[in-house]
Each structure stands twice: as structure tokens, then as C-alpha cells.
Design a protein around this ligand. Structure first.
Ligand SMILES: NC(=O)C1=CN([C@@H]2O[C@H](COP(=O)(O)OP(=O)(O)OC[C@H]3O[C@@H](n4cnc5c(N)ncnc54)[C@H](OP(=O)(O)O)[C@@H]3O)[C@@H](O)[C@H]2O)C=CC1
Ligand SMILES: CC(=O)N[C@@H](CCC(=O)OP(=O)(O)O)C(=O)O
Length: 333
């Protein structure tokens, strides 16, 4: 049994880790932290998990996690780096769900305009692209939700260096913004609307660029995020302006080959968020028009875009089947 700890267990991704791990045959959650809910039982914060856990939230202190084999850090950006090094230093593997370790040090410092004093080299945890490195990793930087859907939509064509330019137009459910309410997430501000934000400069741009440049050095990308008034899901339309003239059938073959054996990539004629809800799948549909290819990806931001992919990475790190504890169909409708 893998002994698991979660720092930040009261948030959306922490709750989703608890939900997924509650039925994982090879993992046992032994420590979960909260500062404001310390001493409360898991189900007092997450009533949907009543009957699945009998432990209480503990403070995020190393001594409370010392029996863990792996710790998931599911805390805000800039906070994870206060915890990650102490676990690594005592030999506990870490899967960090925040953005603190996703970018290379120099890129991080340029993007955030500050030094990263707690830097450790991490493997970028997009499992389909980095499976072999993840097997040996001590620290996995779990990808952001938008980059997961976007990179998966463009990687096969990037690897063949066939992309002139790609424009990612993405729409996210509001759980992507975390559990604390804000003006942005307030019901009347979002209801019956779709809201673009950080239209030309979202921090996820740099994550997408770093990963796609590793496949195609001269790739050019653009990204615009939007939120819709639903709770889960990210739909990404990747408008890909191609080098050369490719038929739709040829593009499909490239994708099928690239993702051969990948249990969580499914090709569909057309994708809908409702077909991946609650699951670790990334559904992809492929369309070729006169001027461009449009590759559409759909994920559940809390599962493949966060906690499900984190568990997928844990499975790979510990030599388990990649879909252990994740092999269930989406919730429909
Ligand atoms: N929501 C999503 O779709 C996705 C989120 N992520 C990333 O995952 C991380 C967690 O996100 P999410 O679950 O949405 O966030 P939430 O805001 O919902 O939850 C944050 C959690 O962290 C704890 N926490 C907050 N500050 C600290 C601190 N300084 N030290 C220790 N614990 C702290 C909170 O509990 P308490 O204050 O009681 O300690 C809470 O349990 C973020 O970095 C986010 O960017 C990644 C992919 C997708
Ligand atoms: C809707 C919404 O607000 N989304 C978040 C992204 C959440 C996410 O997964 O990304 P990180 O892990 O990098 O935080 C945002 O735009 O900042």
C-alpha cells in the first residue's frame, strides 16, 4: 500500500484527490492538512465523502506526514514551494499541483519577476508526454488545467514540426478558480455569460510554450481563456495553421500513432464536456477545413486537469498500472 499525504485537503483539488483515492486499491490516505479546519473530520468539510474516511485534518507540518511515501501539494501558487523542499529532503516523493515547479527556473523568474529560492528540478507531469521520466521522478510538477487540454491537442502535430501557428481558445468551468468565492466567480457576474479574462497574457501561455517548444522549437502560439457558468470542464479549440497540405485522414493517423497505448486519450467524432465529466479522459476530435485544422480537446479540469492526472502520475512513479483507481466511465448526463 502506498501511504499518501495531501497538503491542502479542503480545496477543490484536495477534495477531488480524496474522492479518487478513496477507492484506489493500492493507496491509503494517511494525512490530510488544513489550517482552518484542523481537527475536523474529512466528511465535515466534504460531506460527499461521508463513510469513506475516518481521519481528521492535521496541520501542514512535516511531522504529521512522516510516514508518507508520497505527498500531493494542492495549495495555491507561491505556497507549495514552502512545503515541497522539506518533503523531498527526507525522501518523500512529491506531486505538486500548483504552478511552482512547472517552469524551468530561469523562465519562472522571468515570468513571475522574482527569484525562486526553493527551486528543485521537476518532471513536468503531462503523463502522455513524459511517462519515462515520471517513472524515475522524485518531484512531479502536475500541469495546469488549460495547458493539459491545449498541449494534448497540439503535441502530435508539433512533434512532426507541422505547425505554423496555433491559437488556443479555451473555456473553463469555474472550479478552475478554486474554492474561495471572488467577484469574478460570484453567481450574478457569471450566470448566463461567458467571460474572457487575461485575454492576451495568462501565465499558462508560458507553460504551453515551454512544452510545445520542446517538440517544435519554432512554434508560435496564442492563448485566450474564458470561463462559462458551469462547475467542471475545459474545452479547447486549437486552431492550427499548418505547414504543408495535410488531409484530415493523415492528421488523424498522426494523432492515433502519437497516442498509441494511451489509456486516457479517446478520439471522438465530436467532443462534449459532458462526455468526460468526473473522469480522467481527454477526448479529442480532429477537423480539417480549408485554412486550418481545428483540434478540439475536452477534459474535466479537476480530474485530467488536476487530481486525476496527479494520481495517474503517482501510479507511474510507483510502478502501478497507469489507470489503477482511475478506470471508471464519466458521469453522464
Ligand atoms: N481548481 C483547478 O481546476 C486546478 C487547480 N490547480 C492548482 O492546484 C492548487 C490547489 O487548487 P484548488 O484546490 O483549486 O485551491 P483551493 O483554493 O480550492 O484550495 C486550497 C487549499 O490549500 C490550503 N491552503 C491555502 N493556503 C495555504 C498555505 N499557505 N499553506 C498550507 N495550506 C494552504 C487550503 O486550506 P487551509 O487554508 O485550511 O489550509 C485549501 O485546502 C493551486 O495551486 C491551483 O492552481 C491545478 C489544476 C487545476
Ligand atoms: C477558471 C480559472 O480561474 N482558472 C485558473 C486556472 C486554474 C488552473 O488549473 O491552473 P493552475 O493550476 O495553474 O492554477 C486561472 O485562470 O488562473
Amino acid at each position: 500500500m502506498i501511504k499518501v499525504g495531501i497538503v491542502g485537503g479542503t480545496g477543490y483539488t484536495g477534495g477531488e484527490l480524496l474522492r479518487i483515492l478513496s477507492t484506489h486499491p493500492e493507496a491509503e490516505v494517511v494525512a490530510v492538512s488544513s489550517r482552518k479546519d484542523v481537527g475536523r473530520k474529512i466528511h465535515e468539510v466534504h460531506p460527499h465523502l461521508k463513510g469513506f474516511y475516518d481521519i481528521e485534518f492535521v496541520l501542514p507540518e512535516l511531522k504529521n506526514f512522516d510516514e508518507c511515501d508520497v505527498v500531493f501539494t494542492a495549495v495555491p501558487h507561491g505556497e507549495a514551494m514552502n512545503y515541497v523542499p522539506q518533503f523531498l529532503e527526507v525522501g518523500i516523493k512529491v506531486i505538486d499541483l500548483s504552478a511552482d515547479y512547472r517552469l524551468k527556473k530561469e523562465v519562472y523568474e522571468e515570468v513571475y519577476g522574482k527569484k525562486h529560492d526553493a527551486y528543485f528540478e521537476a518532471v513536468y507531469g503531462l503523463t502522455e508526454l513524459h511517462r519515462e521520466e515520471i517513472k524515475k521522478a522524485k518531484l512531479v510538477a502536475n500541469p495546469g488545467c488549460y495547458p493539459t487540454g491545449a498541449i494534448l491537442a497540439a503535441a502530435p502535430l508539433a512533434e512532426k514540426e507541422l505547425i505554423e501557428r496555433v491559437v488556443f481558445d479555451s473555456k473553463s468551468g469555474i472550479t478552475g478558480a478554486g474554492a474561495s468565492p471572488t467577484d469574478f466567480t460570484h453567481f450574478p457576474n457569471l450566470h448566463e455569460s461567458i467571460v474572457p479574462y487575461k485575454i492576451t497574457d495568462h501565465r499558462h501561455y508560458y507553460e504551453m510554450l515551454q512544452e510545445l517548444k520542446a517538440l517544435q522549437e519554432d512554434i508560435r502560439i496564442s492563448f485566450t481563456p474564458q470561463v462559462f457558468p458551469g462547475s467542471r470542464g475545459i474545452l479547447t479549440n486549437a486552431h492550427i495553421f499548418l505547414r504543408g497540405d495535410l488531409e484530415e485522414g493523415e492528421i488523424k493517423k498522426i494523432y492515433e500513432k502519437f497516442y498509441e497505448g494511451c489509456k486516457f486519450i479517446r478520439f471522438q467524432e465530436s467532443v462534449k464536456l459532458i462526455y468526460v465529466r468526473g473522469s480522467n479522459f481527454c477526448d479529442i476530435s480532429i477537423h480539417k477545413g480549408k485554412d486550418r485544422a481545428v483540434i478540439i480537446s475536452a477534459i474535466d479540469n479537476l480530474v485530467k486537469g488536476a487530481s486525476g492526472q496527479a494520481v495517474q502520475n503517482m501510479n507511474v512513479m510507483f510502478g502501478l498500472e497507469e489507470d489503477e483507481g482511475l478506470n471508471y466511465p464519466p458521469l453522464f448526463p
